[in-house]
Design a protein around this ligand. Structure first.
Ligand SMILES: Nc1nc2c(c(=O)[nH]1)N[C@H]1C(S)=C(S)[C@@H](COP(=O)(O)O)O[C@H]1N2
Ligand SMILES: [Mo]
Length: 357
């Protein structure tokens, strides 16, 4: 993990991660939720803002925030993770936003189901994709573009997909998509388009940059690859004890320690979590907290009787679809979905040591 470029630092300084100790909260406090912003945060004047719905629909329309708020309202706890989470731990390192493990958060998102809005607009027969376009604009891969992503009509009509104007009981803050964003529970974050301005139903597969070039799992540059979609299972732990300032190596006194963390998957609920205190040589089951809903992370705990010495703590999980988190995930060109296990270096000191008084 050497040789980070000024460009990577520039991205990392703009796109903050969630400090892992924030996994203690069931719902991530707004300022601790991670951020990923490809271009610039747009300034939006809400009274003039409209959501345009057009393309292959029988009743194109423009909706104001009040129109949307007047519809059925739902609040859902949703764990969102950036598809690039873990990228900076790949070797060679794909050059983009250099996430370690912290590109995740759980929000309580409030909005109206997208399905109702699409049903009122009347999707034409022969429709294939629904395209979501944000107000933000930039140049990427040499192409000038608005950030835009699509879902198939079937995925767009799923009950859990929201047009959200609220986060944790407050209006969306500018950095999370004010005044309106898409929330697609279970999918990696790139799907949940912020600063929404248009929804277009189209009769062919969407071929915009973020669908065609970005967010594909490619083994080599020439590989057309497969689209990145739902979140692969991942478990993370809150690093125990206290950190050394620069290395962030953990220090804790010998004795009983309760390890705590979260696990999530976009393909089902969490089935089990395992913990290793010897760098993955041996594993033991963690106990699971009750589920917090179909789309939110699940808490887990593990009782560890720490004796003096040096340790490497790891965790991993599996989901109800049968998918198990790998110890080492395969490399890919874009550095997506690197769910290789977290490794936490810990020094356990004798109980009478200077750190434990
Ligand atoms: N309009 C727009 N929507 C966007 C993005 C963006 O840059 N522009 N980034 C996407 C990516 S890659 C992620 S991971 C999530 C991050 O959402 P958050 O910043 O609210 O955590 O937003 C997605 N939606
Ligand atoms: Mo992302």
């Amino acid at each position: 993990m050497t040789g980070f470029s000024p460009e990577e630092l520039q991205l990392a300084a703009r796109n903050s991660g969630m400090p892992l100790e924030a996994m203690r909260w069931d719902v991530t406090p707004v300022g601790l939720h991670y951020l990923l912003i490809h271009y610039d945060v747009p300034l939006v004047e809400p009274s003039g803002w409209r959501l345009s719905i057009g393309g292959a629909v029988s009743a194109p329309c423009e909706l104001s925030l009040d129109d949307l708020r007047g519809r059925a309202v739902e609040t859902r706890a949703v764990t969102m993770e950036c598809a690039g989470n873990g990228r900076a731990r790949l070797a060679p390192r794909p050059v983009s936003q250099p996430w370690l493990h912290e590109a995740v958060g759980t929000g309580e998102w409030t909005g109206t189901p997208l399905a109702g809005v699409l049903e009122d607009a009347g999707i034409s027969s022969g429709a294939v994709d629904v395209v979501f376009t944000g107000l933000d604009r930039g140049v990427e891969g040499g192409e000038e573009q608005h950030y835009a992503r699509a879902l198939s009509v079937t995925d767009a009509l799923r009950d859990e997909v929201l047009l959200a104007w609220g986060l944790n009981g407050m209006p969306l803050p500018p950095q999370h998509g004010f005044p309106l964003r898409l929330i697609v529970p279970g999918w990696y974050g790139m799907t949940s388009v912020k600063w929404l301005s248009r929804i277009d139903v189209i009769d062919r597969a969407f071929d915009g940059y973020q669908q065609r070039e970005a967010y594909r799992m490619r083994a080599t540059e020439d590989d057309p690859g497969v689209p990145v979609t739902r979140m692969a299972p991942r478990a993370l732990m809150v690093p125990p004890g206290i950190p050394e300032f620069m290395s962030r190596r953990r220090h804790l006194p010998a004795g009983p320690v309760e390890l705590f963390g979260r696990a999530w998957s976009g393909n089902g609920t969490i089935a089990d979590v395992e913990v290793s205190v010897d760098g993955g040589a041996s594993w033991a089951w963690a106990s699971l907290e009750p589920e917090a809903g179909p789309f939110a992370w699940r808490g887990w705990r593990f009782a560890w009787n720490a004796v003096p010495g040096e340790f490497e703590l790891c965790c991993r999980c599996s989901d109800s679809s049968g998918a198990r988190q790998p110890v080492e995930a395969a490399w890919n060109v874009g550095g997506y979905a690197n769910t290789s296990v977290q490794r936490v270096a810990v020094t356990v000191t004798v109980t009478e040591g200077p750190l434990t008084r």
